[in-house]
Write a protein that binds this ligand. Structure first.
Ligand code: XIL
Length: 458
């Protein structure tokens, strides 16, 4: 994806006049993907995913298209997925996500070995003396299977209550807090190369719960227990405020000699979305990413899927949603997305360079432009399209419109700004390519028939 953007930008660079050079610099910077920007800072930017979504080709075009260098299976490596009945293991779903990741240059965080939730009932029914051997066997089997395929494991997930006391899980009830050290040691024995994490939510800022995590990690280090990192889920909600002193909190863990990672970031709001909530959400995204950037041992940021289409939020937090940087139509939300780009040190086009303002301040368009549509490449469920726009001399902006006949949906577009309403697609020039002959490209979904529409240009 990014390579195509760059090629597109270079093509445009060859066609426009030298006076556009400043805009081209801005446009070129904006085409850096989130992961490229993070990688330039020695970190990753990732997105969770799940098996069902992998058959949505418009979705996978973005997931594997370069924005993300890491993924976490949202459900497929959990206990209920991997050992639904005692001693019977299933790795099919986890393997599918690993394959996708490997095919798209993404690392995988394993999630999660020991957790009270999504835990088959047989574990909770075991006599106390059998819980430890069952837990160690589970860790050993799962971590051995995925050895070499995951870079990290959330070995223990969500061990604490809100007040910092230990959560009374089947593991805690059988073994006390020592289950955490036992689990970490079993994971290390099974996969010595994976980074071993404890992961929790509402530990993102300073507070009783993060103090408890801090004390646990300090003790584990003192006891020589293998612990490499602490995961901060960062499931945030704009109506509850931003976590207190997040950067300082991450830093105090780093100072204990462990890595830290933002593992499940999303920023939900009470629906419906509006511009004010979007702006607040963007500052939350920015603050989290900036906190990670500022802490050397923060290895990366994972958002808990990238699109509202597949967010867990609406099903769990009634009336809430819109938590991710891409909307339910797989379109980037400019506010949240640009905030992340900026926090990662990237550049986005300044509003003053936006197509609408430059168009309105320009002389009226001279003569009609033409647009030629073609399908470049097509595969089951998805296709890449391209439109060549020819502008007569004197024209400084263009708008191309077409109507899809078969329910096609644009998911990504480069070298222009797109909106799709129902079947109608409208594409306007980017800040730097309003003149001359211009090519823009896009990815879209299709099913059954993929009739090429005849676009109009104005
Ligand atoms: C969520 C998944 O996203 C949902 O699909 C599933 O129904 C419930 O679990 N903390 C975690 C994640 O560590 O595993 C959870 O994932 C979200 C909260």
């Amino acid at each position: 994806m990014n390579r195509r953007w760059l090629i597109g930008a270079v093509t445009v660079a060859g066609l426009v006049t030298a006076t556009m050079a400043v805009n081209l610099v801005q446009a070129g910077a904006a085409t850096q993907t989130l992961h490229q920007l993070a990688a330039a800072k020695g970190k990753y930017f990732g997105s969770a995913t799940d098996n069902g979504e992998l058959s949505d080709t418009a979705y996978t075009a973005v997931l594997g298209g370069g924005e993300f260098g890491q993924t976490t299976p949202g459900n497929s490596m959990k206990w209920d997925a991997t050992e639904p009945t005692r001693g019977t293991f299933s790795f099919t779903r986890g393997d599918a996500i690993v394959s996708f990741a490997q095919a798209h240059n993404m690392t995988v965080r394993g999630h999660t070995l020991v957790w009270h939730s999504q835990l088959p009932s047989w574990v909770g029914s075991l006599p106390a003396a059998e819980v430890q051997p069952a837990m160690v066997n589970h860790i050993t089997q799962v971590a051995t299977h995925f050895k070499g395929k995951v870079v990290a494991w959330d070995v223990v997930n969500e061990p604490f209550n809100e007040d910092g006391t230990y959560r009374a899980t089947p593991f805690y009830n059988a073994m006390g807090s020592a289950y955490i050290a036992t689990a970490l040691r079993a994971a290390r024995a099974a996969d010595p190369d994976a980074k071993l994490y404890v992961n929790d939510y509402n530990t993102d800022g300073l507070g009783a719960k993060s103090d408890a995590m801090y004390n646990l990690v300090k003790q584990l280090k003192a006891d020589g227990v293998p612990i490499d990192g602490v995961g901060f889920q960062a499931h945030l909600a704009i109506q509850y405020g931003f976590p207190s002193q997040m950067q300082q909190n991450l830093q105090r863990f780093a100072d204990l000699g462990v890595d830290v990672a933002i593992t499940e970031l999303d920023v939900r709001m009470v629906l419906p979305r509006d511009a004010t909530k979007d702006a607040t959400q963007a500052t939350y995204y920015s603050n989290v990413v900036k906190a990670c950037v500022a802490v050397t041992r923060c290895v990366g940021v994972t958002i808990w899927d990238y699109t509202d289409k597949y967010s867990w939020v609406p099903s769990v937090f009634s009336g809430q949603g819109a938590a991710l940087p891409w909307d339910e139509n797989l379109q980037k939300k400019p506010t949240a997305y640009n905030a992340i780009v900026t926090a990662l040190g990237g550049t986005v086009e300044s509003p003053s360079a936006s197509p609408s303002s430059s168009t309105s301040s320009s002389p009226p368009p001279a003569g009609a432009c033409t647009a030629t549509y073609r399908i470049v490449n097509s595969w089951p469920g998805g296709f890449q399209g391209e439109v060549v726009v020819a502008n007569p001399a004197g024209r400084t902006g263009w708008t191309v419109t077409w109507t899809f006949a078969n329910g096609q949906q644009v998911s990504q577009l480069w070298n222009g700004t797109v909106s799709q309403s129902g079947a109608t697609v409208t594409v306007r020039n980017a800040a730097w390519n309003g003149t001359g002959t211009v090519t823009f490209g896009f990815l879209a979904s299709w099913n059954g028939t993929n009739t090429a529409p005849v676009p109009t240009c104005a």
